[in-house]
Design a protein around this ligand. Structure first.
Ligand SMILES: [Zn+2]
Ligand SMILES: [Zn+2]
Length: 319
C-alpha cells in the first residue's frame, strides 16, 4: 500500500504545489484509487509512478473546484489511454449531474462502464480485501472524509500440526488457512486459532479534507496507519480557519492524537505559506509523527508486524 501526493495546495496551484489529489496504490491488485482530482492532476500523474490506466476508483471529498476540476479530463483520458473494464467514482450528491452535464455540453462520451455513486456516509465500497467508509465533515458545502481499511489477513497455517491433529489433506486444510474452524468426520472441531498464526491486522488510511476540526474526522482516523489531514492555515490564522471551515495545523494534529493514529501528513496548504516547515513544527508539538505532504512524494504504508503494532501507536485500537 503506497500513497502518492499529486497536489497539496489549497484553492489555487503554486509553482511547487498543484491542487488536491492523492493516489493510493494497491500493488497486489495492480490498482490505484484516487482521492480528489483537482485541475492538472493528469500532469502530476504523468510525472509520478502511478499508471493512469491503473486507476479503478475515484473518491471525491466535495465539489469545490480545487478538488473536482480535473475529473472530466482524467475520465476522458482513461477511455483513451487504456481499456478500463470499469471505473467507479464516488462523491457527494450533485457529482452525477456535474459529470453528465459536462459530458453532454462538451460532446464527451465514455466507451467504458462508468459508475457514479452518491456518497451519504457509511460504507461506500466493500469487497473481500477492503472496506471504504465515509463520514460528513465540517466544511462550507457537504464534504466527506474517507477511511480505507484493509481486512485482516489470516495467519500462516502450520500444515504439519493440522495433519497431526487428524485434519485430512484437501479442502479442510484450505478452510483452516482462511481462518475458519473445521469439523472432522469424527465430530471433533479443530479451531483455526490452534493451527494458524494470529491474523495480521489490515492497514488503515484516512483522508480528511476540507474540514475544520470535527469528531467525524477523529472517528475516521481511529487507529489509522496514515492520516492525511488538511492544514490550510497555521495557528496564527485560527479565526480564519474557523470562519472558512478549514483546519489549522493544531486541529489536524489534535485529530491524529485523539484518534491514536501512527503518522500524520499535512496537506492543502494555503498558498500564503512559502515553506511548510513552521506548520509542521506547530503540529509536532501536539502530534510528533507529523510530516508535510509534497507533490510527488510517495509514502509506503507497511504491514504491521504484530497485532500489537509498532512503536508509534499512541493508544486506541484499530477498527
Ligand atoms: Zn480545498
Ligand atoms: Zn473546499
Amino acid at each position: 500500500m503506497e500513497v502518492t501526493f499529486l497536489g497539496t495546495s489549497s484553492g489555487t496551484p503554486t509553482r511547487e504545489r498543484n491542487v488536491s489529489s492523492v493516489a493510493l496504490q494497491l500493488p497486489q491488485r495492480r490498482e490505484a484509487w484516487l482521492f480528489d482530482c483537482g485541475e492538472g492532476t493528469q500532469h502530476r500523474l504523468l510525472a509520478s509512478r502511478v499508471r493512469i490506466s491503473s486507476i479503478r476508483r475515484l473518491f471525491l471529498t466535495h465539489l469545490h473546484g480545487d478538488h473536482l476540476f480535473g475529473l472530466m479530463g482524467l475520465l476522458t483520458t482513461l477511455g483513451l489511454s487504456g481499456d478500463p473494464e470499469r471505473v467507479d467514482v464516488y462523491g457527494p450528491e450533485g457529482l452525477e449531474e456535474y459529470v453528465e452535464t459536462s459530458a453532454r455540453i462538451s460532446g464527451t462520451s465514455f466507451d467504458y462502464p462508468l459508475g457514479i455513486h452518491a456518497v451519504r456516509g457509511g460504507t461506500v465500497f466493500e469487497d473481500a480485501e477492503y472496506a471504504v467508509t465515509a463520514a460528513l465533515l465540517a466544511h462550507r458545502i457537504p464534504a466527506y472524509g474517507y477511511r480505507v481499511a484493509e481486512k485482516p489477513r489470516p495467519g500462516t497455517l502450520d500444515a504439519g500440526r493440522a495433519l497431526a491433529l487428524g485434519v485430512p489433506r484437501g479442502p479442510l486444510l484450505g478452510q483452516l488457512k482462511e481462518g475458519r474452524d473445521v469439523t472432522l468426520d469424527d465430530g471433533r472441531v479443530v479451531p483455526a486459532s490452534e493451527v494458524c498464526a494470529p491474523p495480521a491486522p489490515g492497514r488503515v488510511f484516512a483522508y480528511l479534507t476540507d474540514t475544520t476540526f470535527c469528531e467525524a474526522s477523529v472517528r475516521l482516523a481511529r487507529g489509522a496507519d496514515l492520516v492525511v489531514h488538511e492544514a490550510t492555515y497555521g495557528s496564527e490564522a485560527a479565526r480564519l480557519a474557523v470562519e472558512r471551515l478549514h483546519s489549522t495545523t493544531e486541529m489536524a494534529a489534535e485529530v491524529a492524537r485523539r484518534a491514536g493514529a501512527r503518522r500524520l501528513f499535512l496537506t492543502h496548504f494555503s498558498p500564503r505559506y512559502e515553506s511548510p516547515e513552521p506548520l509542521v513544527e506547530e503540529a509536532r508539538a501536539i502530534f510528533p509523527a507529523t510530516e508535510a505532504a509534497a507533490d510527488l512524494l510517495t509514502v509506503e504504508i507497511p504491514r504491521r508486524d504484530s497485532p500489537e503494532g509498532g512503536p508509534n501507536v499512541a493508544g486506541g485500537a484499530p477498527g
